[in-house]
Design a protein around this ligand. Structure first.
Ligand SMILES: Cc1cc2nc3c(=O)[nH]c(=O)nc-3n(C[C@H](O)[C@H](O)[C@H](O)COP(=O)(O)OP(=O)(O)OC[C@H]3O[C@@H](n4cnc5c(N)ncnc54)[C@H](O)[C@@H]3O)c2cc1C
Length: 316
């Protein structure tokens, strides 16, 4: 079976969930071969093995992570030349898509981005117009380079004993054109990362103002959840844009998604409709969100949310 290269997303050795999703997908398509770039591999290797990496190419040289995306594209291009994989999977994040584009140019291949699934024969699935249309596409030239949206595939543990191979790449001057001069670690609160959280509580226009978002935060904290928001709420400046869920925001796929004061516009659904269990609190029984939910509460969020928070806190 052909190797499927998976570029592992990590922050200083801490593996992002999307990398485990890509390993799961890669093993469906062939043999998952993880590509690790930069320091931190020793602390992460068990997780890669747990999620089915059959092989790991380790490019530990710190220089590779001292520049913006170009070195990772150069490394992947080298591996494609040497190993002839069936496909290359990267995450469809901003960085991942840039790496995918650069790689495709370097190896003369087709590239598909924002893919939500890949079937046999490397037929990629795209969910477009807010999930209203499913499109299928296939790379016809070269080794398919496929950028897969985070939270599209459920990661499955599939323990393996990966063979490790150290790899080096010589960077050209163009690979070194954009150097990272400073890294600022974003202040992280107690809450889990929005795109990786098992539970997300989101607030919308119904919340009515920035100060009322403390109701959403209170409910989220009682559940150990991340906080999200609709675009109406972020555009109004009630909650920061980085928490927007939807077509032009983050895609989430938690075990539980609670939409509070959100109508359920198609662009919002696009970012949360694959959540396992969906609950909505909305005072309008006709709100479109109720077409989607597993459980719905028709009621005023200013009454329902505090009661729910209190009850959950009591039962903990
Ligand atoms: C190109 C494009 C991209 C977009 N991308 C996104 C995106 O990424 N994410 C996104 O969210 N939107 C996106 N939108 C906007 C989207 O179309 C909707 O306008 C937006 O999602 C509406 O947000 P909302 O549900 O919070 O507000 P509304 O649609 O105004 O809904 C508010 C809801 O709150 C309920 N409500 C009001 N008061 C209460 C109360 N006291 N108690 C309970 N319920 C109450 C109302 O009944 C209503 O259903 C995009 C639009 C476009 C055109």
């Amino acid at each position: 079976m052909a190797e499927i290269l998976v570029l592992v997303d990590h922050v200083d050795g801490e593996i992002k969930k999307v990398a485990l999703e890509l390993l799961t997908l890669a093993n469906r398509l062939g043999e998952a071969a993880a590509v690790w770039v930069g320091p931190g591999y020793e602390g992460a290797k068990d997780k890669l093995a747990e999620y089915g990496a059959q092989k790991v190419y380790v490019a530990a040289d710190e220089e590779l992570t001292s520049y913006v995306v170009a070195p990772r594209a150069a490394l992947l291009a080298q591996l494609v030349g040497e190993k002839s994989p069936g496909a290359v999977l990267v995450s469809a994040t901003g960085e991942g898509k840039e790496i995918a584009g650069r790689l495709a140019v370097k190896i003369g291949s087709g590239v598909l981005t924002d893919v939500v699934d890949v079937a046999d024969g490397f037929v990629a699935e795209h969910s477009i117009f807010g999930g209203g249309i499913i499109a299928h596409a296939k790379v016809k030239t070269g080794t398919p380079v496929i950028a897969v949206r985070p939270n599209s595939i459920a990661p499955e543990a599939a323990p393996a004993t990966p063979a490790e191979e150290q790899v080096t790449v010589t960077l050209s001057d163009t690979d070194k054109a954009a150097k990272i001069t400073e890294k600022v670690i974003e202040e992280k609160g107690e809450r889990p990362d929005l795109t990786e959280a098992a539970i997300v509580v989101s607030g919308g226009r119904g919340v009515g103002g920035a100060e009322n978002f403390k109701l959403i935060e209170g409910l989220a904290d009682s559940l150990g959840a991340a906080v999200g928001a609709s675009r109406a709420a972020t555009d109004a400046g009630w909650y920061p844009h980085q928490f927007q869920v939807g077509q032009t925001g983050k895609t989430v796929s938690p075990q539980l998604y609670i939409a509070v004061g959100i109508s359920g516009a198609i662009q919002h659904r696009a970012g949360m409709q694959t959540s396992k269990t969906i609950v909505a609190i909305n005072k309008d029984a006709e709100a479109p969100i109720f077409e989607l939910v597993d459980y719905g509460v028709v009621g005023d969020l200013f009454q329902v949310a505090p009661q729910l928070t209190e009850e959950i806190t009591k039962r903990k």
